[in-house]
Write a protein that binds this ligand. Sequence first.
Ligand code: LLP
Length: 421
Amino acid sequence: MDHFLYKDGVLCAEEVPIPEIAAAVGTPFYVYSTATLLRHFQLFDEALEGMDHLVCYAMKAASNQAILKTLAQAGAGMDVVSGGEYMRAKAAGVPGDKIVFSGVGKTAAEIRLALEGGIRQFNVESEPEMEVLNATALALGVTAPITIRVNPDVDAKTHAKIATGKSENKFGIPISRAQEVYALAGAMQGLEVIGIDVHIGSQLTDLSPFELAYQKVAELTVQLRAEGHNIRRLDLGGGLGIPYARDNQAPPLPSDYGALVKRTLGHLDCEIEIEPGRLIAGNAGLMVSEVIYVKSGEDRDFLIIDGAMNDLIRPAMYEAYHDIVPVIEPDAGIEQVKFDIVGPVCESGDTFAKGRAMPPVAAGELVAFRSAGAYGAVMSSEYNSRPLIPEVLVHKDQFAVIRPRPTFDEMINRDTIPSWL
Ligand code: LLP
């Protein structure tokens, strides 16, 4: 469920009509709904009720500080994967003891930053990383709390570019070697082993891969405890998928996921941590764009819009589907037409949809990409020297620009010219 509905024939974000925002900030732009962000966070929080737990929002999905603050004020922790994300979370007021550091290639500098600034735990992904973490902690005279990310060799049944739990993927240590690696970690003076971490992929629309992975984690917990490790926290990653197409069969709900967690891991008396990103932010955001031209090709019509692959790369990168709807509600029963929906960037890959049936729209009209809140703005770039598009946050009848569009000068003046030119 989200809070982007037509009211009196106009698409609104909560109580704010989208054309009002477009008039204020220009197009294209991202707009997020506070109510949807909070609702999705709360769904996870409620799903784990009765278990000691923390929902650590995977801020890679949408990392604007206003979004982080909204979720942090509701009680969310953060899952970060870089020094930049760590600093951004801190800047948004998230305390270090609610920040989890994930990622396969943490540098010594990033590790130091987090150890000095405070951290809930590091999710360690390899032995060499473990050694750097140990050495850095010892040098600083502190102990680093860790889980080790295990790779359970489970097929997440999702797009290959976002599956992470098969043995051929770069993530974690093979679960078959877990006992050996935990023994090594246990012997390191700078580390405190507190738990196990697993994350098998993103946009999972079936619970069975989670079930397989969590069963393996349950078995490993028992084994590691028998070997003397005080396993008390299980980080289960993120990955629950969202309905991108309105007419799709809805994926499992956070409550179904929560029931699965309780069923597979509830008996272990561990604190549960989860790292959802997409399900919290995805359907909480739209990308709004204006139609520049409707162009008739030889065998098709192109809708050329002012948003492009640099603003929302998911269709070009993962063949991802996004619902694209007119901002002015079409008359009921109007006959649909087919368009190839494309941006102005000079690549054929700058295509959002091919042969998409939708109500007719004309130049100057607004269209909205649904489910664009996660992995939208954060993956955007200024390719073709198109300035990053603004982000707007709505709260009931108010809206605020939470990242302004840079002017051409601001964009251009980031370059510096060497003295010899
Ligand atoms: N935890 C870890 C360690 C992760 O690597 C990820 C996502 C998450 C949590 C959050 O997963 P989520 O709940 O959002 O599925 N750019 C791609 C998605 C990349 C996901 C990367 N890792 C896309 O646009 O589909």
